[in-house]
Design a protein around this ligand. Sequence first.
Ligand code: PEP
Ligand code: MG
Length: 567
Amino acid sequence: MLKGIGVSSGIGIGKVLLIEEHSLTYTPKQITDTQAEKKRFNDAVELFCENTEKQAEALKVSAGAKEAEIMLGHISIVKDPFLIGEVDKLIDGGQCAEASFETMCDMFIQIFSAADDDVTKQRAADVRDVKSGVLSILLGISEVRLSDAPPETVLCAKELTPSMIAEIKKENIVGIITETGSTTSHSAILARVLEIPAVMSAADIMTAAKNGDTVIIDGGKGDVILSPDEAQLADYTQRREKLLQERRELEKFREKPTASADGTVYELVCNIGKPEDAAKALEFDGEGVGLFRTEFLFMDKTSVPTEEEQFTEYKKAAVMLKGKPLIIRTLDIGGDKDIPYLGLAKEENPFMGFRAIRYCLKNRELFKTQLRAILRASAFGNVSIMFPLITCVDEVREGKALVEELKAQLRSEGVDFDENIKVGIMTETAASGIIADLLAAESDFFSIGTNDLTGYTMAADRGNSDVSYLYSALQPSVLRMIKSIIEAGRSRGIPVGMCGEAAADPMMIPLLISFGLTEFSVSAPSVLRVRKCISTWTKEKADEAAAKAMSFATQKEVYDYLASLTG
Ligand code: PEP
Ligand code: MG
């Protein structure tokens, strides 16, 4: 089995079609008639734009107007006045059109590839796509005609460009495997929109696979099985059918409110780690973002991101969400999340140690930089601040005092921010559960982090397989903790959400409805499944299930009972 990154979920079973790259090599020529060469270049650019417009039209039909813009972006690249001007200058100097255009494209590719952020890196892939398109025209090479791919095809390529995807007939392509790319590549986004299972960064697929080989791809897990045996084929065929059936069912819940069977409406938002994931949240019909884990922005760097860098990222997410909620969690490092350049000391007991809000309150400059960036971004959307790992009231007070100090600073500088920005906390420690009433008096909202809450309540590290039998949010202790947190929030009149994995667990959902949770924050691909699950419960039925579940003394009894209800 080959392993790659699953970028578009679903199971595809079909025959390999290798997309070999054309050699775009040529012998550079010295030009004397530079006017004629410039005309040849301009004609190639015009033809490229014409083809791209056609591809964009096709993509508009198959994937939608937003996706077609990816192709139209290629026209802006090739028509960029600076690029054209520089190519003309090189031709004037006697270089042929191919060499002149390639030199300029390579320069842009190099600049964009060196960037730290994925969005700029993606521009390098776009320029590469444009470069091969125009060079193919100049060299008279006809590009691969993907529109001729037969039914049941799994496309395999070193890199699949958006222009290639724009050409395919969706109904014939059952999978995509590439050697490069990742979740944020434009091709990955397109594959998701077209609902074609896709695995990227599957190294060596082009050498391991032969045209016509049977292949299975699991775009959720990132698995590729070449020449599967009978048993694997039967197994995956069955899984594919089940998935397709489920997907058809779930699509009925798209663009519907999240409501229980008796009409109570809930908020169903997503957990994200990068601003671009906000678009993914919307793509999967999430109603906003309930947890933006900002530590990933810090992990991707070699030094603390500046206020400006952070502001740009937070603003990007806020703008993408167009007024839908965006809860930004302040830096949650330590424990299992290390950031080498911060030089955190090795600790005997990192999960009990110097992490998250504790680290931030002791490293004020770093914390203030982040809070200022969030506050500034709040002028561009519906932003809230959330503190992680709260264990006592002092931490909330100190954090909020800093927010107030920075608000005053921004006000005096005349910088816009949301004066009414909400400041909430993650309830994810045993201490926060026990004093939830005291914390509710200090917070605008709670979000229950069951991943940590389970660990801290059970004193069980989920990474330690010897104690993993204890690590379950369905332990009576954890359930009581969850219930009392929700009740404390409710009696103080603040909204209580959940952003731990348990929020998407069909066994947990009736209990959360019964306890009075108001917001579910889940991974984007779980949105429709959770919406469907919520729609099957009335408060009365959920109360019955919760009362029974809470009467058991062991996790196994709770589990068996809820499993019998939810299948
Ligand atoms: C949690 O602890 O449940 C949570 C959502 O935070 P993280 O998984 O980032 O620790
Ligand atoms: Mg946590």
